[in-house]
Design a protein around this ligand. Structure first.
Ligand code: GLU
Length: 304
């Protein structure tokens, strides 16, 4: 490149090696590949394995085999997130230095107790009933640790109490340029502007107790580092994009275009998943399914 401006479109397929890939992953990978080819862009492969307990080298190898079987190749070296915790730490420090993060020592039990004693929750009936949840279905954090003094934080740290780092959403929204939005692309229709609603996530956890990062931080940091221009991923991550846009804004990162594709559903009409024993690509392959069959099934036949 020799310092020239990079203008080509960059896509990425970013699976987590915590199980075998199924048809939903195949669709996402094939669609990324098809769009990269259509736009004469690059497709990168990123292994999202920050959860070093659930993710294993065995599943990472299996991802390589499945993609090879589908005929999908990628540009450059594979990026493995578990090798870059220092980088995510630096990104988190950038937010922490601006007082956008605070340590939270609450356990799940502490959160459950805090929301059941809240008057609005009590009015709603049962334990925590009526308390708002984030788009993943977890109760919004009631803010207990946001109100700790510096001295209390120091004491709890010195006691060795484990903690997560949460985004101070109210402060972050005040600092960010608003309103936030992104461009959403869909085949066959005009790109549309979607307004982001990061507040739906409340004080989101950006650094976990067991893992020195979170999906949200690692994905946003890597998309910037890898100069991804087009994020093509399942509609199940649509809500997360609101939080990602806020982080991109706070960190002065670029704003990629998004394409949240429909999910491949099973015969029961539910999203395919490891926990529901959806057939894996490896099983389909063993039973005689061909890559062409897979492409036909997901509606991407004849597109390379
Ligand atoms: N690693 C995520 C997954 O396997 C995908 C993340 C993304 O595409 O942003 O569901």
């Amino acid at each position: 490149m020799d310092g020239g401006i990079v203008t080509n479109r960059r896509f990425r397929f970013a699976p987590s090696p915590n199980g075998r890939l199924h048809l939903g992953h195949a669709y996402s990978a094939l669609l990324n590949r098809q769009l990269a080819v259509t736009h004469a862009g690059d497709l990168l492969l990123r292994i999202e394995d920050i959860d070093t307990v659930r993710c294993t080298p065995f599943f990472e190898t299996a991802i390589g085999q499945d993609l090879a079987w589908l005929g999908i190749d990628w540009s450059g070296r594979v990026r493995r997130q578990s090798e870059h915790f220092d980088f995510y730490r630096t990104v988190l420090d950038g937010l922490g230095d601006r007082n956008l993060l605070y340590p939270c020592f609450c356990t799940r039990g502490d959160v459950a107790r805090a929301i059941t004693t809240f008057p609005a929750a009590a009015a709603g009936g049962g334990r925590g009933a009526g308390w708002p949840t984030d788009p993943d279905g977890s109760p919004l954090y009631p803010g207990t640790c946001r109100r700790l003094t510096d001295a209390e934080r120091r004491r709890l740290r010195e006691e060795g109490r484990p903690y997560v780092l949460r985004l101070d959403m109210a402060t972050a929204l005040a600092v960010a340029r608003r309103p936030l939005h992104w461009m959403e692309y869909r085949e066959g229709s005009e790109p549309r502007r979607v307004d982001a609603d990061p507040s739906a996530w409340g004080d989101a956890v950006l650094c976990r107790k067991d893992i020195p990062a979170s999906y949200h931080v690692a994905v946003v940091a890597d998309d910037e580092l890898q100069r991804i221009t087009d994020i093509v991923r399942g509609a199940d991550l649509l809500a997360a994009t609101s939080l990602h846009r806020l982080l991109q804004e706070l960190l002065k990162f670029g704003a990629p275009a998004y394409h949240h594709h429909a999910l491949v559903l099973g015969a029961d009409g539910l999203k395919l998943s490891k926990s529901r024993n959806s057939p894996t690509l490896a099983e389909l392959r063993r039973n005689g399914t061909t890559p062409e069959d897979v492409k036909r099934f997901v509606g991407l036949s004849g597109n390379g």
